[in-house]
Ligand binder design. Structure first.
Ligand code: NAD
Ligand code: UD1
Length: 343
């Protein structure tokens, strides 16, 4: 896969981006990261360099600044891009929807224009299982009906549509939209991981913060769902497996044409209580919880049919829930305040 032209990674200082940049460097790729650091620290890239022994090139640039982005892309002339950059908080997206549409959609348009100017026609896009809305059939295949229940989800859906249109207009263009299920965990070194701002919205970082004593208890959003123990069921996927899916997608570019949407999940669902128990085992600490009402917009159950990823990318998730919890816990314990807590 080594090539003299680099891989451009937008949002590469973030949670999933930093794990993917590490694997790209370990695979011998040159990597150029563009990130405005609105939800990340440059420290993540310093640690990626320390782990890999390789230095990614970093440009602190906003995708909304078309001129600056264009200049970076003209300078490096990437062979392909992986596009992680985006705002991702569901609740916030309902409060400031225009900012979400502008950042995520306009940012993507600027990226496509700048890539076209250097004849780069290969893109991997971070989509989400949120594009399935309240799916009726489990496991969820890529052929399931698409819908969105919030502004964040709609940005993902619209971007998938605009990428499909771009591929129809240009037969040489190749795009893989990776629909992630629930990314969790951290690199096994404990050096890079998820560093949410403020109170975590997602389950795993909330649970690790309870286990480490930063928060008194977990609020479980509903125990009256039609699931085995009444709590919500999700397809949690280790971020290291997820990152590997991006390298597999780059490798598959020669084998696809046009725009493909591909699920990245394990195919197995776990309930909130199962995750909580697994974290108690990993940490050796109790995780107190209180049952609350359901969270608006939540679905009872969501898990992937990952067979298309196996067929098209030759990829499958390998890490179990216990490993996800062990690694999330190691990251949390060694970085109790995230990257900002480091000297
Ligand atoms: P993250 O916030 O850690 O990473 C996103 C990165 O993009 C951040 O480093 C941020 O600073 C950067 N960014 C945002 N807007 C930018 C802009 N205009 N210009 C330049 N940089 C910008 O999030 P993540 O969890 O690593 O997610 C990566 C991608 O995957 C996002 O697009 C997200 O929507 C998608 N996704 C994430 C999840 C999840 O649970 N983490 C699930 C499904 C999809
Ligand atoms: C959420 C987003 C989804 C996004 C995904 C990415 C919502 C409604 N959906 O999905 O769009 O793609 O994150 O990671 O925000 N839970 C608790 N207590 C908590 C946190 C969560 O009980 O403090 C439960 C939830 O009700 C759910 C499960 O844990 O059953 C997982 O929640 P979460 O980690 O937020 O992910 P999703 O809801 O699947």
């Amino acid at each position: 896969m080594t090539s003299p032209r680099p891989i451009l990674v937008t949002g590469g200082a973030g949670y999933i981006g930093s794990h993917t940049v590490l694997q790209l460097l370990e695979a011998g790729q040159r990597v150029v990261v563009v990130d405005n650091l609105c939800n990340a620290h440059e420290e993540s890239l310093r640690r990626v360099a320390e782990l890999s022994g390789q230095q990614p090139t970093f440009h602190q640039v906003d995708l909304l600044d078309a001129a600056a982005l264009g200049a970076v892309i003209q300078q490096h002339r990437p062979q392909a891009a992986i596009h992680f950059a985006g705002l991702k908080a569901v609740g916030e997206s309902s409060q400031i929807p225009i900012q979400y549409y502008h950042n995520n959609i306009t940012g993507t348009i600027h990226l496509l224009q700048a890539l076209a100017a250097v004849n780069c026609r290969q893109l991997v896009f971070s989509s989400s299982a949120t594009v399935y809305g309240d799916a009726q059939e489990m496991p969820i295949t890529e052929a399931a009906p698409l819908s969105a229940t919030n502004a964040y989800g709609r940005t993902k859906l619209f971007i998938e549509h605009l990428l499909a249109d771009a591929c129809i207009a240009d037969p040489e263009m190749k795009v893989i939209c990776l629909r992630y299920f629930n990314p969790v965990g951290a690199h096994p070194s404990g050096r890079i991981g998820e560093d949410p701002n403020g109170i975590p919205n997602n389950l795993m970082p909330f649970i690790t913060q309870v286990a480490v004593g930063r928060r008194p208890h977990l609020n479980i959003f509903g125990n009256d769902y039609p699931t085995p123990d009444g709590t919500g069921v999700r397809d949690y996927i280790h971020v290291v497996d997820l990152a590997a899916g991006h390298l597999a997608a780059l490798d598959a570019m020669d084998r696809i044409s046009g725009c493909e949407a591909i699920n990245l999940g394990t195919g197995r669902g776990y309930s909130v209580l199962e995750v909580l128990r697994a974290m108690e085992t990993a940490s050796g600490r109790p995780v107190p919880y209180e049952i609350q009402g359901r969270r608006r917009g939540d679905v009872a159950t969501s898990y992937a049919d990952p067979s298309k990823a196996q067929q098209l990318l030759g990829w499958q998730a390998r890490r179990e829930l216990s490993e996800m919890c062990d690694d999330a816990w190691r990251w949390q314990q060694s970085n109790p305040l995230g990257y900002a807590g480091q000297p």
